[in-house]
Design a protein around this ligand. Structure first.
Ligand code: 5GP
Ligand code: ZN
Length: 115
């Protein structure tokens, strides 16, 4: 069920445009609007779930199962020299959108802007 007022549910239903990186029946990946490094991507489950605490194991496992494919696609396109995965849960830990998401942050070296 889409969650009212959830930005990422609006991205999923096309109400808010996004730059698609990958999509299948379970997940959607798109470029973060605020690129901390080139190719910074968010991967979200198509099922709305607030954060890791409220995520059923089957949603978590189908989400994480797609990460290697998506990471390799980003690696091929942007040719980073490394990559960080990041998941923020609750405001004190910098969660600002309350629909579970994994950040994929390609890394390019010491001065790539992410630390
Ligand atoms: P959080 O801080 O919750 O871990 O990450 C939320 C991310 O969503 C932020 O990096 C932010 O730039 C991104 N974001 C917020 N609104 C939009 C949007 O409308 N489109 C896209 N593509 N990214 C968004
Ligand atoms: Zn949502």
């Amino acid at each position: 069920m889409p969650h009212e007022d959830c930005i990422f549910c609006k991205i999923l239903n096309g109400e808010i445009p996004s730059a698609k990186v990958y999509e299948d029946d379970y997940v959607y990946a798109f470029l973060d609007i605020s690129q901390v490094t080139k190719g910074h991507t968010l991967v979200i489950p198509k099922t709305h779930t607030k954060n890791i605490y409220e995520t059923p194991p089957e949603v978590a496992s189908s989400l994480f199962a797609r990460i290697p494919t998506i990471a390799n696609a980003i690696k091929k396109t942007y040719q980073p020299i490394g990559m960080n995965l990041l998941n923020n849960n609750e405001k004190p830990a910098d969660q600002s959108v309350f629909h579970l998401h994994i950040h994929i942050i390609p890394r390019y070296g010491d001065n790539d802007g992410f630390s």
